[in-house]
Design a protein around this ligand. Structure first.
Ligand code: NDP
Length: 273
């Protein structure tokens, strides 16, 4: 490698820039979280996956071990349950060492007109999307400060940046995640910790197919038409892929991304600008 490349383009020329680092991904068993675990494993990280369903966790863990030779740990965890979170983070640290990278990805996005929404619906969304992000971040933050290194990535959404009808709880939770991201970024920056949010538009995962099923059930409309309508809400005329979101998350973890913090990065084909 010549001097210019080594000095100025450092991490682009390292084969596995995250080798030896420990990345924990909540909701890492499928969808966007699984794609992020693939990207981080490909860059050499050891990976811990937390989600509720053991079967999908095992399937994704087996994939990472086979495909990338990753040291992978998983444990069933409900990210709305503080005790389970505490125990699962302790087990993950035991298996893979201190956590360098935390991806707060587990989330739900159910719709409900505001006039029909009760407190339970509201709390279910906020407990996972917002308080879950807070609780998981608390688990890693002190150690990241002590070690003067960390990458925290919060998966928000385009709904974290603008209003949409019928998803008040989801929209409020994702706006709040961006507020938390921006504030913590300022508190953490001198300690070598970056905190960023990623804001995908409609992405090809179970979350969107379940939303399409629910709209079809409530309206009697055809699922293919609903999907086309959602695709056409994006100027690029298609859904985002989980891999496109994952590569942005991976980029934020590179050593050369140390100056990127407090950002809400939109991946949505021009839907929000
Ligand atoms: P999926 O529904 O495909 O996957 C959700 C993941 O979160 C699964 O691994 C699921 O596993 C886990 N999860 C759900 N509830 C809990 C819980 N209580 N405790 C622990 N884990 C849980 O969703 P996506 O991949 O689409 O979404 C991932 C993130 O991206 C979410 O925060 C979502 O809001 C955000 N997002 C998604 C968009 C989209 O269009 N798909 C657009 C913008 C943002 P299990 O069920 O086994 O617990």
């Amino acid at each position: 490698m010549n001097d210019f490349k080594q000095k100025n383009l450092g991490s682009l020329f390292v084969t596995q820039p995250l080798k030896g680092q420990h990345a924990l991904i909540t909701g890492g068993s499928r969808g966007i979280g699984a794609a992020i675990s693939n990207a981080l494993a490909a860059l050499g990280a050891n990976v811990s996956l937390l989600a509720r369903d053991n079967k999908t966790l095992k399937k994704q863990s087996d994939y990472l071990a086979t495909e990338f030779g990753t040291n992978v740990f998983y444990t069933s965890t409900d990210i709305t349950n503080e005790k389970e979170i505490e125990s699962s983070f302790a087990k993950s640290v035991n298996a893979n060492g201190p956590i360098d990278i935390l991806v707060n990805n587990a989330g739900i996005g159910k719709s409900m007109p505001f006039h029909k929404m009760d407190l339970e619906f509201w709390k279910t969304t906020l407990d996972l999307n917002l308080t879950g992000t807070f609780l998981c971040t608390k688990q890693v933050y002190d150690t990241m400060r002590e070690r003067a290194y960390g990458r925290i990535i919060n998966i928000s959404s385009t709904v974290g940046l603008r209003g949409y009808p019928y998803i008040a709880a989801y929209t409020a939770s994702k706006h709040a995640v961006i507020g938390l991201t921006r504030t913590l970024a300022l508190e953490a920056v001198k300690k070598g910790i970056t905190v960023n949010a990623i804001c995908p538009g409609y992405t090809e995962t179970d979350l969107v197919s379940e939303a399409i099923d629910s709209i079809a059930k409530n309206s009697g409309r055809d699922k293919t038409n609903i999907k086309t309508e959602i695709e056409n809400m994006s100027p690029m005329g298609r859904l985002v892929t989980p891999e496109e979101v994952a590569e942005s998350a991976a980029w934020l973890c590179l050593p050369s991304s140390a100056s990127i913090t407090g950002q809400a990065i939109v991946i949505a084909g021009g839907s929000v600008m």
